[in-house]
Ligand binder design. Sequence first.
Ligand SMILES: Cc1cc2nc3c(=O)[nH]c(=O)nc-3n(C[C@H](O)[C@H](O)[C@H](O)COP(=O)(O)OP(=O)(O)OC[C@H]3O[C@@H](n4cnc5c(N)ncnc54)[C@H](O)[C@@H]3O)c2cc1C
Length: 479
Amino acid sequence: MKAVVIGAGVFGALVARELTRYDLEVTLIEKNLDVGWGVTKANSAIVHAGYDDPPETVRARFCAKGNAMYEELSKELDFEFKRVGSFVVAFNDEELKELERLLKQGEKNGVPGLRILERDELLSMEPSLNPEIKYALYAPTAGITEPWMVAIAAVENAVKNGLKLVLGERVTGFEKANGRVKKVITDKNEYEADIVINCAGLYADEIAKMAGVEYVPIHPRKGEYILLDKKLQGLVRRVIFPAPTKISKGILVLPTVDGGILLGPTAEDLPQDMKDRPITTREGLEKVRSFTKRLVPSIDLSLAIKTFSGLRPESPQKDFFIGVSESVKNFVNVMATRSPGLTAAPAVAKYVVEELIQEKMKLQLMKKESFDPHREGIKRYASLPLEEWQKEIEKDPRAGRMVCFCNEVTEKEIVEAIRRGARTLDGIKFRTRAMFGRCQGGFCMVKIMKILARELGVDICEIRMNSKGSWVVNGKVRE
Ligand SMILES: Cc1cc2nc3c(=O)[nH]c(=O)nc-3n(C[C@H](O)[C@H](O)[C@H](O)COP(=O)(O)OP(=O)(O)OC[C@H]3O[C@@H](n4cnc5c(N)ncnc54)[C@H](O)[C@@H]3O)c2cc1C
């Protein structure tokens, strides 16, 4: 039996991995040249506790469940996950009512450990917070991760378990017979399919239209961010939310897993035809600045190292749209994957495979005994104890050649990322954190381009930032 998953974001990656537990031929098709470059690459990276979603929503059904799965998943797939906890803060008694509502809602959603803290306790836990804050809802189970690594790690593990990964091919249509999809058609190939799972993020509505199945219209809801340097490590240790508004969870301050501080996101609805326009604006970044300074007055924006934006796949009903199509019986939609999609994705992937495919579609899948849930991450040599690192350098001197000084990434890690499939500068960046630090590649990008060219056996002019047109140098000044 053949299953085709469309889209290698966090949902497609985890669904594909879940499918490789069974005796199936699984193919994952992604239009980009790498995994996790859609919505999954630019978001707040929070594994939400799950108090924010109204109990009757699909989001609530999967958020706390997904959160509870992250510990084991991060161990199996060897990506970073830190259960740092979160605060939703209140400046006055009116906002306190909102915290009490969230606490009740969280308890209904099965979120453990929620409690409301008063000023002295919350300031002793987070001394940089504005002393005018009076209360905070504390959620100890909230966490932070690297979203793109969740997708990359899941796909690496799925490939080890037999997944066929197809990169750089865009799904353009379907061949159907007797109310079922028979083939998935791309701009380059055709793939036979007994089951199709649509995980195309912002474009999942367009894929559904091509297949003639039910869909909800998806528009982008933009969130702009400012990333601050690791010099500010420890400024906050937890995720700090303001009291939420009707539109979003608010503009927040949070630590990143590698020690930086992230500010954002804004929430701006854009028209449907702006799905490929994740731009930042002066107004958006100014909003991020002023809102986050209210939470943490000592934020120093002279330490900003990057601004970026992400686009949420939003729908009019503001909820995930997940299910087997009524009209095309072998087609599953995983659509409108807005926040908390990153959190919910592991639980949704299990639901898709165990309940939708096996129970609703009534397909009996045989578990493979050979399935191995483990993946080993790329070793970070600079974080080894010195003696151990020395031994690694004696075995291979590339483990001692520092390429990215900001994030201490060695040549050996870059070469290992290439061995695992990185073909572009972003492919290296997301796998190793090189070019992710203070200089954002200013000092190491050319060194990395030379390593890429050498390892791939191509001219340096062939090296791309990410997509096909994104060349960095276009010719030699002299030979
Ligand atoms: C600003 C912002 C903040 C967020 N914060 C959080 C948070 O803190 N916590 C949380 O839990 N969630 C958060 N989210 C939500 C989370 O990021 C998303 O739910 C999740 O990343 C969506 O993943 P996906 O796999 O559905 O989409 P994507 O990552 O976009 O993956 C879909 C893939 O499909 C591919 N594709 C599309 N069309 C085609 C085609 N025709 N052929 C082949 N491939 C195709 C795309 O290239 C893409 O790689 C946030 C989102 C945003 C934007």
